[in-house]
Design a protein around this ligand. Structure first.
Ligand code: SAM
Length: 319
């Protein structure tokens, strides 16, 4: 259990020395609400008074126990209660999610039963207990109607790197991308330039935001190389900051104006980004092992004439 009373889980790959908690220990739910949901819901209806094709899409990369989606839906449900004029709008808010391990599905009913999600209860049919059984079918598609506005979850039990190649996503544009993979040192292949280039092709160029807890220089370096601009926003618990990236400066300006503590990257962070520490992970065919992705970066760092990142160690956040 994390410190706000919400459940987490620990992932350990068999045969691997790595293990990592799925969530911020300060609070799985708190991070989902403060970082991902609250940068999504408040502007959604204003940004799309009449969404193209009637759909607004969110990509929840690395779904895990689903907190980022459930938290977004909770705020959405509460927002609809306060703004009944939107209830009659013919919106479909569709979340596409990727997850590699079907084991987590057994916990979804428990997570949705948390008191914090009680505002969702009257708005979704009692589907919770079917989720586990439906995740045995791949790809899974469950639709949760909220009043007359529909929420739809399409959960794909696949490696996230398929997102870039999957035909069903090839023409889709996303309003938000929640990038919540395991840390770059454990899962470097999910923080590569090529994966982020895939995101750049699918993020709404005007309002779209990519949100991640990571502030690692390698991650920001990959985002920068993939064409993103970025800012820092306050993190949760021990994590001082988090990163919000966008294709347009306008999208970031709105976050800067509406999020207390949000700011452009500091000069020190910019310098760190331009040191060897900012050399990104690369995965050209989107199918290399973690080890290959790490050694490719180490080789590039060894041959680079950038300043060493050690100079900055301890001064800037890393994860
Ligand atoms: C930090 S956790 C995400 C927590 C999640 N957002 C939540 O709210 O519970 C990272 C997740 O990435 C999943 N994962 C690991 N490798 C993956 C891959 N290659 N493709 C998709 N998901 C992956 C893990 O199973 C884990 O659930």
């Amino acid at each position: 259990m994390t410190r706000d009373g919400s459940w987490s889980a620990v992932w350990k790959e068999s045969g691997s020395p790595h293990h990592e908690a799925l969530h911020n220990q300060a609070g799985a739910l708190t991070e989902a609400l403060q970082l991902y949901a609250s940068l999504t819901v408040p502007n959604l209806f204003q940004d799309y008074p009449s969404p193209p094709g009637g759909s607004i899409r969110i990509l929840d990369a690395c779904f895990g126990l689903g907190y980022n989606t459930w938290a977004t839906w909770k705020l959405l449900a509460e927002s609809l209660d306060q703004n009944p004029e939107f209830i009659s709008a013919p919106y479909l808010i569709q979340t596409l999610a990727y997850e590699q391990f079907s084991e987590w599905a057994a916990f979804y009913p428990q997570i949705l039963a948390l008191e914090s999600f009680s505002s969702l209860k009257p708005k979704i049919p009692p589907l919770e207990h079917n989720i586990y059984y439906q995740t045995l079918v791949s790809p899974l598609q469950i639709r949760f109607p909220i009043v007359t506005t529909s929420l739809q979850l399409d959960l794909y039990l696949k490696d996230l790197r398929n997102f870039v190649q999957d035909a069903h996503t090839s023409n889709l544009t996303f309003y938000r991308i929640f990038h919540d993979a395991f840390s770059p040192s454990v899962c470097p292949e999910l923080w590569s330039v090529e994966l982020f280039e895939g995101y750049a092709r699918h993020l709404d160029p005007k309002f779209g935001l990519l949100i991640t807890y990571s502030t690692a220089a390698a991650v920001r370096g990959a985002l920068q190389e993939a064409g993103f601009k970025m800012i820092r926003i306050p993190g949760v618990g021990q994590k001082k900051d988090a990163t919000v990236a966008a294709l347009s400066q306008q999208a970031l300006e709105r976050v800067l104006a509406s999020t207390p503590g949000a700011s452009p990257l500091t000069l020190e962070e910019e310098a760190y980004l331009n040191s060897k520490a900012g050399i990104p992970y690369r995965d050209p065919a989107l199918r290399d092992s973690s080890e290959s992705v790490i050694s490719r970066r180490q080789a590039e760092q060894a041959g680079s004439d950038r300043r060493s990142g050690k100079f900055f160690r301890g001064k800037t956040a890393q994860r």
